[in-house]
Write a protein that binds this ligand. Sequence first.
Ligand code: CP3
Length: 362
Amino acid sequence: MSAALDPARSVIPSDSDLVRAARGLPVSRTPVWFMRQAGRSLPEYRALRAGTGMLAACQDPDLVTEITLQPVRRHGVDAAILFSDIVLPLVVAGVDIDIKPGVGPVVATPVRSVADVDALPPLEPERLVFLQTAVRQLVAELGPTPLIGFAGAPFTLATYLIEGGPSKEHARTKAFMYAEPEAWGRLLDRLAISAATFLRAQVDAGASAVQLFDSWAGVLSAADYAERVLPHSRAVFDGLGGGRAGEDRVPRIHFGVGTGELLPLIGDAGADVVGVDWRVPLDEAARRVGPDRSLQGNLDPAVLLADRATVDREVSRVVQQGRAARGHIFNLGHGVLPDTDPGVLTHVVELVHELSVSPARP
Ligand code: CP3
């Protein structure tokens, strides 16, 4: 039975295992959810999405609600993550972006100059009514299960705007960052404001936690990240407002891929929880981020394509190494791969719960 439906586990979302782990409080068992848990690994998602474009789906509150709930019902994960995309704030503001199947976000007119930066339209909060409707519907449906709201971090969004689409090296992005430091600062300022507006709308409507995705920040040196990116990510968290962690504000998760060298900085940007990919074991990551932050991660998503014995061994290793952290939210090191057997995801949820059940908080 899923945690969401089990009356014995009924708590309010703000006192759920996910929120408690994020704050470093004792939990009944390690909470688990998966990045990209909604999406192409689920046949019910493919059925519901048939005939509707990705960006249209993201702006339809009933579709968003249903797609977000699908993995909660199926897997019994300890959190829902809003079905949306990091480019949505730009799309809603009026930037011409499409999400091409199997490719990712493609920008019609890439940002390559100060004039391009200044021409970017601001995100008016009034345009986010559809988002708040979806969040309110979800909070009502989810009961005790927390909803995670999210946004893309300024750097990762800048890579799409400047490259014009997905890229591996992000060379144009870095060239712009070095050659046009003022325009770079202005671009990231704007992206920080729109990310904060997007997150604020979700929190105001009832999201219990937020995750800032800086997926591609790992391509930067620590020095460049600290000087040219971190202040803008911090501005997103600052723009969210609220009190200190553990009191009157929702926990903040901050994630990027290949960020082993950046982990302490990712935390310093204002996270309660640092997301870790599979490259750095969680006990080592705990040393790097220090005792004041929790960790999220970090099973290699490719492990889920291997045999059951390998899956079980690796899940158990991650649960074990996660004990070194102040608090641990089990997740993958990056998103669910489309070919993943959904049955394996359900099995991982059950196994994490079994391995981590604690008598401390029955
Ligand atoms: O379940 C969830 O995690 C919530 C939904 C979610 C999506 N995108 C749905 C989606 C989230 C949190 C994102 C974030 C996102 N989008 C990120 C950061 C996370 C990460 O993976 O690093 C990034 C970089 C993007 C940009 C983006 N959007 C990419 C690279 C792609 C994949 C392109 C492809 O088709 O392979 C998308 C499209 C996208 N976003 C899909 C989904 C379910 C696939 C769309 C489809 O079903 O056709």
